[in-house]
Design a protein around this ligand. Structure first.
Ligand SMILES: [Zn+2]
Length: 87
């Protein structure tokens, strides 16, 4: 499986490594973590919202992430956002 952490928000999304959707993109499996902005959305709607914000993939390949790894992705993103704000 493949973990996708968009540039535009703090969602963490899981994709299949093998299956593809109709567009040939990796097939969406589930939302591992929803950001504050997308917390009210169902998984599928959240996935579409994130994709529409961000078509450039930032994929991390690996095994099922632990809670700690998801937390670390989210906190890395917060640091990156804070850094960009100061530029
Ligand atoms: Zn989000």
């Amino acid at each position: 499986m493949t973990i996708y952490n968009p540039d535009t928000c703090d969602c963490v999304i899981e994709y299949s490594d093998v299956a593809v959707d109709n567009d040939g993109d990796p097939k969406f499996v589930k939302v591992v973590n929803k950001c504050k902005e997308h917390s009210q959305l169902k998984d599928n709607a959240c996935y579409k919202a994130v994709l529409s914000h961000n078509r450039s993939f930032n994929l991390k390949h690996g095994v099922e992430p632990t809670k700690e790894q998801v937390d670390s992705i989210v906190s890395d993103k917060k640091i990156e956002k804070a850094r960009i704000k100061k530029l």
